[in-house]
Design a protein around this ligand. Structure first.
Ligand code: SER
Length: 584
């Protein structure tokens, strides 16, 4: 079965079962600055899992574009991917374990026609935070899975949370038996021998993990499920891994044709990173030295290096992008319209990198020769830093090259050096500063304070029920999403702008104090995701016009902001409007 058929079957099945199909959110999160990329289908839905009403109701389904870079160094084997698509269905305080399991079982056995004997499941074994999940096991038995194929594991395997804090809960995972021989008498779903492949994860999200590591009960019980499209596709197509499926094969084959060397790992890395780069570039990101842009840069650089290793003429890259976009056409037809933009972004970055690479590699070989002659096996961090400073040679490329030369590097030490010398953010993981601000330079700080003023102003000029739904700040502008049922009239926009500017002129003092979360709420402090905050929170006040729970930072007086100007007001999603504004 092709990926597109599986996706369509999935969405139709859940639609038939009362779910509304919602569109995939962009790979680049719109209203959540706590992550660099969308890493799971639940991410754009966090506020609804926490109790906010979703405009489409309590049962939702979608396919979500996701990117995870934690395992970027593992790409090249036959299973790790950075970009993947996740099929998901959600109950927002509606059905729970029994119905969720029944639907999953029916989908797998009836729609996908997977023989029941090929399915094993795992449940949460229980600990001091949450009891053993016998309910789930019983639901599986009722659905048709005998107890011999039901396994129990602890938090490491059967508990799901997106990061350190947030909505979470015990999960039940479904495994497909590939029919491979068991690796031993103890072979079971948790082992990595490849006999069992996880295909679906249903999380019973009824907890929230607080900053201090304790768990609170959420207002409602939710179900959050996720099925990786690439995996289920390769299994149903009877292939050995995703790179053998129609999702990757056209590019894999072309690389093989173009290359002078036969290195399957390099072909996989180049193929995987090319697809991920296309998806990121299509969603509007450009290579840069920070955050998301840096991840894109890293993916393109790694891809280029492996194409080099395969001895492929790098001028072929444009054709490869074309080929990849064509092969993704059924799943992501919109890529076609962005083809030129994508080609430009990726090839320009490749060109920049080639220059760096040829200079750096020579120097690298010298360093290696010296270290080997000294009988050592670790490249010292100072040499790596010098390679970067003098030749623009990125440390992770040095690390890759080092590994190929059976040398070690100490990435932690290098990161430390970089911090000291550069004070630049080179985020290698998706986790970002939790307080809401991506970086907090002078302008970002000003915009942050302006966000609070705008939030307060809208309640007066538009409607007291306008609440913040998200925000995104760069050093050049701010974006603010808020609940509102109508397009702002020119008068409302003008009044809002004027009120914010009036407060700026009044030179109000910005203060903050720490208090208990419930006291903050009682005192009328505004906040976006109450459950996301720790028990003791910081409350920022601006004169007596605004009071918000917030991690800061902020300016000390509003006069520092200059003049506030609304550039655009538009729809963001159902019942949510978006204002783009600048300080001049
Ligand atoms: N959030 C869960 C996961 O990513 C289920 O979708 O596995």
């Amino acid at each position: 079965m092709k990926a597109i058929e599986i996706r369509n079957k999935y969405l139709k099945f859940f639609e038939k079962n009362g779910h509304k199909i919602i569109p995939s959110a962009p790979l680049i999160p719109e209203n959540d600055s706590s992550v660099l990329f969308t890493t799971a289908g639940m991410q754009p839905l966090i506020m609804y899992l926490l109790g906010e009403k979703h405009p489409e109701g309590k049962r939702l389904t979608d396919f979500q574009k996701c990117l995870r870079t934690n395992d970027i160094d593992e790409v090249g084997d036959n299973r790790h991917l950075t970009y993947f698509e996740m099929l998901g269905n959600w109950s927002l305080g509606d059905y729970f374990k029994e119905e969720s399991i029944k639907m999953s079982y029916d989908f797998l056995t009836k729609e996908l026609q997977i023989p029941s004997e090929k399915i094993s499941v795992t449940c949460f074994a229980g600990d001091e935070d949450c009891p053993r999940d016998e309910t789930t096991a019983n639901c599986w038995k009722k659905a048709g899975i005998p107890k011999e194929r039901i396994y129990y594991y602890g938090k490491e395997d059967n508990w799901w949370i997106a990061g350190e804090t947030g909505p979470c809960g015990p999960d039940t995972e479904m495994f497909y038996d590939t029919g491979k021989e068991a690796c031993g008498p103890n072979c079971q779903p948790s082992c990595n021998c490849g006999k069992y492949v996880e295909i679906w994860n249903n999380v019973f999200m009824e907890f929230y993990r607080n900053n201090d590591g304790t768990y609170s009960k959420l207002k409602q019980h939710n179900v959050d499920t996720g099925m990786g499209l690439e995996r289920i596709t390769f299994l149903l197509e009877g292939k050995s891994d995703p790179f053998e499926t129609e999702l990757f094969k056209p590019v894999m084959d072309e690389l093989k044709k173009l290359s002078k060397k036969d290195i399957i790992e390099s072909r996989r890395i180049a193929t995987e990173h090319l697809r991920a780069s296309i998806m990121i570039a299509a969603d509007g990101e450009k290579p840069s030295n920070i955050d998301r842009g840096y991840i894109l840069r890293r993916l393109i650089r790694r891809m280029t290096r492996h194409m080099n290793k395969l001895e492929i003429d790098l001028n072929e890259l444009t054709n490869l992008i074309e080929l990849n976009i064509n092969s993704l056409n059924e799943l992501y037809p919109y890529l076609n319209d962005k083809k030129e933009q994508i080609k430009k972004i990726i090839t320009e970055e490749k060109d920049k990198f080639i220059k760096t690479l040829s200079r750096g590699e020579k120097e690298f070989n010298k360093v290696i020769a010296k270290i080997k002659s000294e009988g050592k096996d670790t490249i010292d961090s100072k040499s790596i830093f010098k390679l970067y400073e003098t030749y623009g040679f990125p440390p992770e490329v040095t690390k890759d090259l080092a590994t190929e030369n059976e040398m070690k590097v100490n990435m932690d030490e290098i990161q430390q050096l970089f911090k000291e010398h550069q004070n630049k953010s080179r985020a290698g993981s998706e986790q970002k500063f939790k307080g809401g601000l991506a970086s907090s330079g002078e302008m970002e700080t000003k915009y942050h304070t302006a966000t609070h003023l705008l939030n307060a102003a809208l309640k007066i000029t538009v409607n007291k029920d306008c609440h913040q739904r998200g925000s995104n700040i760069t050093s050049e502008r701010m974006r603010f999403d808020f609940s509102c049922d109508h397009k702002l009239t020119p008068e409302e926009k003008k009044a809002t702008e004027e009120l914010v500017n009036k407060w700026i002129k009044e030179d109000l003092i910005v203060t903050n104090t720490e208090m208990k979360k419930e006291d903050a709420i009682k005192s009328g402090a505004e906040c976006m995701f109450i459950e996301r905050y720790p028990d003791i929170v910081k409350v920022y006040s601006i004169g007596d016009v605004s009071k918000e729970i917030c991690g800061g930072p902020h300016v000390t007086r509003t006069s520092e902001l200059g003049e506030f100007k609304i550039k655009k007001e538009e729809a963001s999603s159902a019942g949510v409007r978006r204002i783009k504004a600048v300080l001049i």
